[in-house]
Design a binder for this molecule. Structure first.
Ligand SMILES: Nc1ncnc2c1ncn2[C@@H]1O[C@H](COP(=O)(O)OP(=O)(O)OP(=O)(O)O)[C@@H](O)[C@H]1O
Ligand SMILES: [Mg+2]
Length: 393
């Protein structure tokens, strides 16, 4: 996926002139500037469905740079029976605006559901259509992310309570069982051991819950490739020893603004889930880093939007997220595994929020991607890995 995009253009400026014969300056500069500032994918298709203009969000949507898009027609990206072609035909026939909701755009490189498309004629260019796409799945994912942050906050209050109310009496129970063990019969000793084992299990659970409690997080520039490498080595020497873990890094990626231990904890949970999901034979996990210019997120309670251009992805070729848990994936105690606690992704959601990032999941059979978007360090931020990275160590 990385490397498909050209270096991002400065926002608010018209698209760079394509190297092909597509006419430069086709749109009045102010129109292009307005379109390129839109957060929605927006494009102009001529009467033969060739791309005459695509804004930054459209490049991201199709994962193709504008320069490459100008050499393509929409039919090169989507099958001819896509409802989108019907919409374009309707706009041209009626000479007015047409919208279509809940479109599925499916092709070898594109998998979007719940997309809303708006088409409108462009009088300056006969037969041309201005097309905007609204990615429903993205809106739903953001919604889910915000819900999951709420869920994680609920869990953090519970964690503090559990740690306080359960841990102390539990160690008393365990100690008592240990004392009893010395003076009881063989059959009763087994019961004492059972009490100790169960007490240990509850303690483990409470310790995991404790990670939800709100502690101050120190943020610093972090070399994400070093964190990924550490996670990869831990995974390969333990729970993923039988699997392939492939690295697909953008070596020019600058440090991320975060916390190394938290990043490792997030990634370990994601890689562990991936390892548990894939087929033990032929299972593949891909770790990817990339720079994507367009990701911005609103800061709750302010009009500011933070830029989250650094992406870290964990992808697997397992069966995909079960439908039953898709809506509540990031909530605590949601699991489909025997013996699973359902705490991994709830913790991940909380930790990603702690370091000011965004997590999204895109899953279908054979391809599940968890994508974390992170911020760059503020200019002048000191700390670990302040210099650009030279790739994975
Ligand atoms: N990569 C994945 N592929 C398929 N399903 C997944 C994947 N990651 C998570 N899931 C689904 O999401 C559920 C919740 O994951 P989560 O990590 O929160 O809990 P868990 O793995 O079941 O238990 P725990 O992490 O607490 O041991 C899982 O039970 C599984 O059904
Ligand atoms: Mg898990």
């Amino acid at each position: 996926m990385s490397g498909l995009l050209t270096p991002p253009r400065p926002r608010g400026r018209p698209a760079a002139a394509p190297p092909t014969e597509a006419p430069a300056g086709l749109l009045p500069p102010d129109t292009a500037a307005i379109l390129s500032a839109l957060p929605l994918p927006a494009m102009v298709l001529d009467e033969e469905d060739r791309f005459r203009y695509a804004n930054n969000a459209a490049e991201l949507f199709f994962q193709i740079s504008f320069a490459s898009l100008t050499a393509l027609r929409l039919g090169d990206l989507l099958p001819r029976d896509s409802r989108l072609f019907g919409l374009l035909a309707q706009v041209r026939a009626q000479g007015g605006q047409v919208a279509d909701h809940d479109l599925t755009l499916e092709s070898p490189r594109l998998h979007r559901r719940g997309v809303t498309a708006h088409g409108a004629p462009l009088p300056e260019l006969p037969g041309a259509v201005v097309l905007t796409l609204q990615d429903g799945s993205k809106a739903q994912m953001l919604d889910r992310q915000l819900n999951s942050q709420g869920a994680a906050r609920g869990a953090s209050a519970m964690a503090a309570m559990l740690a306080h109310e359960v841990k102390n009496p539990l160690s008393g129970i365990r100690g008592a069982a240990q004392l009893l063990e010395a003076g009881v019969s063989e059959s009763d000793r087994e019961l004492c051991l059972l009490i100790q084992d169960e007490a240990d299990r509850i303690r483990g659970l409470v310790d995991r819950m404790d990670m939800f409690s709100d502690r101050p997080v120190e943020l610093a520039p972090v070399n994400v490739h070093q964190a990924l490498d550490h996670v990869r080595r831990v995974a390969l020497s333990g729970f993923a020893a039988h699997l392939h873990i492939i690295e697909d890094y953008d070596p020019s990626l600058p440090p991320v603004w975060g916390n190394r231990d938290i990043l490792v904890q997030i990634l370990l949970n994601l890689v562990k889930n991936a390892a548990e999901a894939v087929d033990p034979a032929g299972g593949e996990i891909v770790l990817t880093t990339a720079f994507h210019h367009g990701v911005r997120i609103a800061v709750p309670g302010s009009r500011e939007r933070v830029h989250l251009p650094l992406q870290v992805m964990v992808r697997d070729n397992g069966p995909g997220i079960a439908e039953a848990v898709q809506e509540t994936l990031f909530e605590p105690f949601v699991t489909t595994k025997r013996g699973g606690q359902g705490l991994g992704l709830a913790l991940v959601a909380k930790l990603v929020a702690d370091i000011g990032g965004l997590i999204e999941c895109d899953s279908r059979p054979g391809r599940t991607v968890f994508r974390i978007s992170l911020a760059m360090p503020a200019p002048g931020a000191a700390g670990e890995a302040a210099a650009p990275l030279g790739g994975a160590p």
